[in-house]
Write a protein that binds this ligand. Structure first.
Ligand SMILES: Nc1ncnc2c1ncn2[C@@H]1O[C@H](COP(=O)(O)OP(=O)(O)OP(=O)(O)O)[C@@H](O)[C@H]1O
Ligand SMILES: [Mg+2]
Length: 414
């Protein structure tokens, strides 16, 4: 079990105008110290990098399934939930543990159910120019169905916030488990990396790139398998895109140089992840993002001696700046990565069916147990005016004046 204080700091959305804004340290710090690495250097950046992307967003075809996932259409409203602990925080809002109370309207539900409610403040999303990303997060996550990806049940919005009702993943962040262990053995790293490969294979087959691979966004479920969360930068991209976004340590060279990137950037990030799992710190690190970018573009990193030659070879093939040579981006796609000798003996079918025993089985006491997550101070309710409204409605039996909703039209999917 990971206790309090396993990681520090909050979520990591750095925004502004690309590398410069990130270099000025406008983004938030990455969680927790990286042993051996200078902590806090990694910002998450989400700026527009090409004039093409400054055009009004293209209207996407809305799939009927997405509309079915509005809370109201499932007979749910925000007032049906008790908002409990904070599980994580981000620049636009936070992720709360939410308890769905029993109700005569839901006779089949005999006990409270627990969820993770991601709450994003609309005006912050607009101010930080993340409207497109948030809509994309909603539509990609609604579209994806995979045992190793967090399930989105439905969404809500009120005049203040957007809400995403997600399955609650109890085992905490892989980040916390990694920092506690300092580094993972080859077998443990192989298990988690293999989980991620199955996710990337599935996403890329649907032309979705993920773009924010890092241990903070990888949660561990009650069986010890990975659940990928945070589709904040995921995007439907049949070919290439130019937006500079991600977390500095994990950015592929082609994202930094804004030469257009696609699914290959996720394979680069997998190389960074594998290195970090085995070494305990990422291959490219420095005190500020610009220096990190320089190191990534120079492509030099030292591999600790305890990392075995096959793992080193795999890392090297993923951290290849030439896109035509990067493993995962070749003709065989994800299969090439699976076929690498470091994965010899992995039964991919059994893994996908969760039949392989996981290396860490998180301890949980009851369905609402949050002990695997970092402790946050009690939620300052006034920072979440929409939730406040929902709660006061229920508690005092009246519905306060609904405020103006100047941004509602920007979020048609919620
Ligand atoms: N389904 C979930 N179950 C439990 N905890 C979750 C879930 N989804 C997210 N969290 C927690 O909340 C944190 C923030 O969530 P998420 O990464 O989606 O938000 P974000 O605002 O995009 O954060 P950041 O900008 O830091 O990446 C996660 O790192 C994790 O600790
Ligand atoms: Mg995140």
């Amino acid at each position: 079990m990971v206790g309090a204080g396993a990681g520090v700091g909050g979520p990591t959305v750095g925004l502004g105008f690309g590398a410069l804004a990130a270099a000025e340290g406008k983004g938030k710090e990455r969680q927790g110290p990286s042993p051996g690495a200078s902590a806090g250097a990694a910002d998450r950046v989400g700026a527009r990098a090409s004039p093409a992307e400054r055009e009004p967003p293209r209207r996407q075809t809305v799939r009927p399934a997405e509309f079915r996932r509005r809370g109201e259409e499932l007979g749910l409203s925000l007032g049906d939930f008790d908002m409990l602990d904070t599980l994580g925080t981000g620049t636009f809002g936070r992720v709360l543990l939410a308890r769905l109370r029993t109700s005569p309207n839901r006779p089949n539900q005999t006990q409270p159910h627990y969820f993770a409610m991601k709450v994003l403040e609309k005006n912050t999303v607009v101010r930080l120019r993340q409207v497109e990303h948030v809509n994309s997060e909603r539509s990609t996550l609604a579209h994806v169905r995979h045992p190793f990806v967090v399930n989105l049940f439905c969404t809500f919005q009120d005049e203040a916030n957007l809400y995403m009702l997600l399955e609650y993943v109890q085992g905490g962040e892989l980040f916390s488990h990694l920092r506690r262990a300092q580094r993972f053995s080859a077998d443990v790293a192989r298990f988690y990396t293999a989980n991620i490969i199955l996710v990337l294979e599935n996403l890329h087959a649907q032309d979705i790139i993920y773009r924010d691979l890092k241990p903070e966004n990888l949660l561990i479920d009650s069986t010890g398998h990975i659940k990928v969360t945070d589709f904040g930068f995921a995007k439907y991209v049949p070919e290439r895109t130019w937006t500079l976004c991600g977390t500095p340590e994990y950015l592929a060279p082609e994202i930094i140089t804004a030469t257009g990137h696609g699914a290959a950037a996720d394979w680069w990030a997998l190389g960074v992840l594998l290195f970090e799992l085995l070494a305990g710190y990422p291959p490219f690190f420095a005190d500020n993002p610009l220096e990190i970018y320089e190191k990534i573009l120079a492509g030099r990193y030292g591999v600790p001696r305890h990392i075995d030659p096959l793992a080193k070879d795999l890392i090297g093939r993923l951290l290849t700046d030439d896109l035509t040579k990067r493993l995962g981006n070749l003709k065989g796609g994800a299969q090439d990565v699976k076929n690498h000798p470091w994965f010899e003996g992995v039964d991919w079918e059994s893994l996908a069916r969760k039949e392989i025993r996981a290396p860490i089985i998180p301890m949980t006491i009851n369905p609402g147990d949050v002990s695997n997550y970092e402790r946050y101070p009690a939620t300052a309710i006034e920072t979440l005016p929409g939730v406040l409204r929902a709660i006061s409605q229920r508690k005092y039996g009246f519905s306060p004046e609904k405020g103006p909703d100047p941004y509602g039209y920007l979020f048609p999917l919620f």
